[in-house]
Design a protein around this ligand. Structure first.
Ligand SMILES: Nc1nc2c(c(=O)[nH]1)N(C=O)[C@@H](CNc1ccc(C(=O)N[C@@H](CCC(=O)O)C(=O)O)cc1)CN2
Ligand SMILES: Nc1ncnc2c1ncn2[C@@H]1O[C@H](COP(=O)(O)OP(=O)(O)OP(=O)(O)O)[C@@H](O)[C@H]1O
Length: 193
């Protein structure tokens, strides 16, 4: 059934997310910020990647600013080409520039960093920590490159609860998430290993 493929699930859940009203999205984003601030364990100096919201994504920019005030170092992804994103150090006091594919990020001369924690924008997720993004494989590849260098960033998905499905089809390249942050709370997932 095409509805159960990654592409079918992505289209269906993005349509549901797009249908949230501006007010609903703002209220849910505020709840996500609250749960994130209360629940995320951020060691001093840890580097956290967030994202500048596009389309109908949850807005976590205020959460990032609050985490920065608590001592986190921030970064944002930038699209280099069809296959590659990198993470640029982000100072909330600095203006953002075009970072590709409709996103905003730090200036190209900002230092490249390896995040300890990645807040991942999701299209679809399941209760086992499997995820679907926009289908470009940008995060999949960036995470894979880090793991090949011996790094294992903590992956925390960010989504609205209406984006959850019973099961996301698993591909060999998929790395499961450690937790999922929605307006209903921060759900820590069991380690699959
Ligand atoms: N806010 C945000 N920033 C992000 C991502 C994201 O999902 N959300 N990324 C996640 O990887 C990376 C950028 N990759 C992206 C991949 C696809 C699309 C997108 O909107 N795709 C359209 C088609 C785009 C086109 O061809 O014009 C689509 O899916 O319909 C956006 C960003 C890094 N930054
Ligand atoms: N580690 C990897 N190395 C090379 N190609 C990859 C890797 N991970 C994913 N891809 C490719 O990227 C494409 C998109 O993968 P997938 O459908 O899992 O996207 P997604 O989870 O929506 O993407 P994203 O990681 O950007 O959120 C696929 O063609 C897949 O083969």
């Amino acid at each position: 059934m095409s509805g159960d493929t990654k592409a079918g699930l992505r289209a269906a859940r993005l349509a549901i997310r797009d249908d949230l009203s501006i007010t609903e999205r703002a209220e849910k984003s505020t709840a996500i910020q609250r749960h994130g601030l209360a629940g995320l364990d951020v060691p001093p100096g840890a580097i956290i990647s967030g994202y500048y919201p596009i389309r109908s994504e949850a807005d976590i920019m205020p959460l990032m600013a609050m985490l920065s005030e608590k001592g986190a170092r921030l970064c944002l992804p930038a699209v280099l080409d069809r296959e590659t994103i990198v993470f640029r150090a982000y100072d909330p006091a600095e203006p953002l520039v075009d970072a590709g594919w409709g996103t905003m990020g730090p200036r190209p001369d900002a230092p490249l960093v390896d995040p300890d924690i990645i807040l991942l924008p999701l299209s679809v997720f399941d209760g086992r920590g499997n995820r679907i993004g926009y289908g470009a494989g940008h995060y999949d590849r960036a995470i894979d490159r880090m793991r090949k260098r011996g790094l294992s960033p903590r992956l925390i998905g960010v989504a609205f609860a209406c984006q959850e499905v019973a099961a996301v089809p698993e591909d060999p390249h998929d790395v499961p998430m450690a937790a999922i942050l929605t307006e209903t709370g921060l759900r820590i997932l069991p380690d699959p290993n």
